[in-house]
Structures are given as C-alpha cells and as structure tokens.
Design a protein around this ligand. Structure first.
Ligand code: AMP
Length: 281
C-alpha cells in the first residue's frame, strides 16, 4: 500500500491508473477506522480493481473547534487496517496541503443541507461538499462508497453528483452495528463505559419505532413519541432531536411510508451521536 500526501501526487497516480483502464473505488473517511469503514472498503475491494481510502479530518465541516480538536486520530492503526484489507492507496493529505492560506472557493449545497443536521450544525454540509469535491477531483474514482449511517450526507452527496455532473457512481452501504445495536462510529471511542452501555438506547428507540411502523402505525408523531419514550428511560441520554423525514429530501413528514427515515441526535456527556433507520428495506 502506498501513502499519498498531496493532491499533486494523487493526480499523478490517477493519470497513470486511468491509462491502464482500471476501475477505481474510493472510500472517503476521517480516520479512526472501525468495522463500519472496513465494510465500505471490503465492498469497494470486491467491485473495483484499485481501492483508494482517504483519511482527512476536515476542519471545514466542524462548526465547533473543540469537536475538531477532540476528534479521535489513530493513524498508525488505520494504516494497519487498510493494509490488511488490501487497500492500494491511502490518501492522507495534511490540512495545509488541502487548504492553502489563500483558499477561498467552496461548494454550497441547497435546501437539502439546511434541515436536520444542517440546523444544529450550520455550515457542516458545505464543508462536506467542498472536501468531497476536492477529493473526487484528486482521486477521480468511478465508484465512491458512503455509509447509510450518515444518510443525510449520502443524500447531499448524491444530489451534488447529479447537479454538478460528477462522473462517479455513489454506492450506499448499510450501517454496521455492534452487538447491542449501537452504530459503529469513531466518536464511540470517546464515550465513558457507562455512556457506552447507555447508548444502546438509540437503536432500541429506532428499531422500536420501525416495528410499530411495520405493525401498522403510519403517524410520524406517534412513532417519534415511541422513540422518545425509549430514550427518556435512559437518564444519561440528552436528546437533541428525533425526526421522521423523507429519505431523499430530508423534509419532515406527517405520514410515514417506505420512503421515510427516522433519525436522531443524542448527547452522552460531550459526545454527540447520530443514527437512523429507514422504514423501507
Ligand atoms: P467518517 O470517518 O465518520 O467520516 O465516515 C466515513 C464513511 O464511513 C462515511 O461514508 C460514513 O457514513 C461511513 N460509516 C461510518 N460509520 C459507519 C457504520 N457504522 N456503518 C457503515 N458505514 C459507516
């Protein structure tokens, strides 16, 4: 596996790779890799001739500097994981290589990015679309892999790719969960033991709402109340929101269908966790 540190060096590899007609699969990450990331990498490995993983903690998408600074960084372990999974290129540019002092051009998403996560984290998705554009330009993959765990991010990226004519196919990968249902996340490493145990309430709340939907409850506020009841039984959890939205537009819904998703953001101490479950398949 080769580690590449600059967009220029990445471009050179990309030019050479495309001359050999290879299908490039790309997995963008912020590092602190876990089995959720591994799933994305394994799927890319199975579908493409060359796999590029990027690790870049993108300052532009953090609206709180303490969150950026405390974001887990485990580069050596990440290198080992990527090598073990047959990654060809680990693209790990520095912040200064990505954002020079005179950097000023950004990609601004539309209404889709203003709701849900965009409300509590202003500017977040603009940071995501800007960095993903830069990464796509450097790597020029035919396929790029994103987790459904961040389903609004997935929707924003899909929209950007269509709106701005990127020649890349976006592949959605289902959420990988721990045994108690907690979605794997780099942020889980920052939970205390007691909070980690308590965080199982998130999936109980989401899957309880999904079961009620399958049993016939189609009223969004009733499903939200069910999820809130479950979360409120856990005194360590501080709920920021539980919402039922259209899976593509992220607009709040009153009546639920298979096109809907129930999404939540919950705090444990100073750690903010997000998760969602689709009411479809
Ligand atoms: P991150 O490093 O958290 O920015 O995530 C990088 C990519 O991995 C994103 O597309 C995430 O949606 C995806 N991802 C993170 N956690 C999981 C998970 N538990 N299951 C599936 N994909 C995930």
């Amino acid at each position: 596996m080769r580690i590449i540190r600059t967009p220029q060096e990445m471009h050179e590899w990309t030019r050479d790779t495309h001359e050999h007609d290879r299908i490039v699969g790309f997995v963008p990450t912020m590092g602190a890799l876990h089995a959720g990331h591994s799933r994305l990498i394994d799927i890319a490995r199975g579908e493409c001739n060359a796999v590029v993983v990027s690790i870049f903690v993108n300052s532009l998408q953090f609206n709180r500097s303490d969150d950026f600074e405390s974001y887990p960084r485990t580069f050596d372990a990440d290198v080992t994981l990527c090598e073990a999974r047959g990654v060809d290129i680990l693209y790990a540019p520095s912040t200064s290589a990505m954002y020079t002092p005179s950097f000023q051009t950004t990609v601004t998403p539309g209404a889709l990015a203003a709701t849900l996560e965009g409300e509590g984290r202003p500017g977040h998705f603009g940071g995501v679309t800007t960095v993903v554009t830069k990464l796509f330009n450097a790597v020029t993959p035919q396929r790029a892999y994103f987790g459904q765990k961040d389903f609004q991010q997935l929707a924003v990226i899909k929209k950007m790719v269509v709106d701005l004519d990127f020649a890349v196919q976006i592949v959605a990968v289902p959420t990988v969960r721990d045994e108690d249902g907690l979605a794997l996340s780099s942020r889980n490493a920052r939970l205390s033991h007691a909070d980690r145990v308590a965080a199982a309430a998130l999936y109980r709340a989401l899957s309880g709402a999904r079961s009620a939907y399958v049993a016939g409850q189609k009223d969004a506020s009733a499903l939200i109340d069910l999820a809130l009841d479950e979360l409120n039984r856990e005194p360590r959890a501080r709920v920021e929101y539980v919402r039922v939205v259209d899976s593509e537009t992220c607009v709040d819904l009153e009546r639920v269908s298979d096109r809907a998703t129930i999404a939540l953001a919950v705090w444990f101490g100073d750690v903010r966790l997000v998760d969602n479950v689709s009411f479809g398949h």
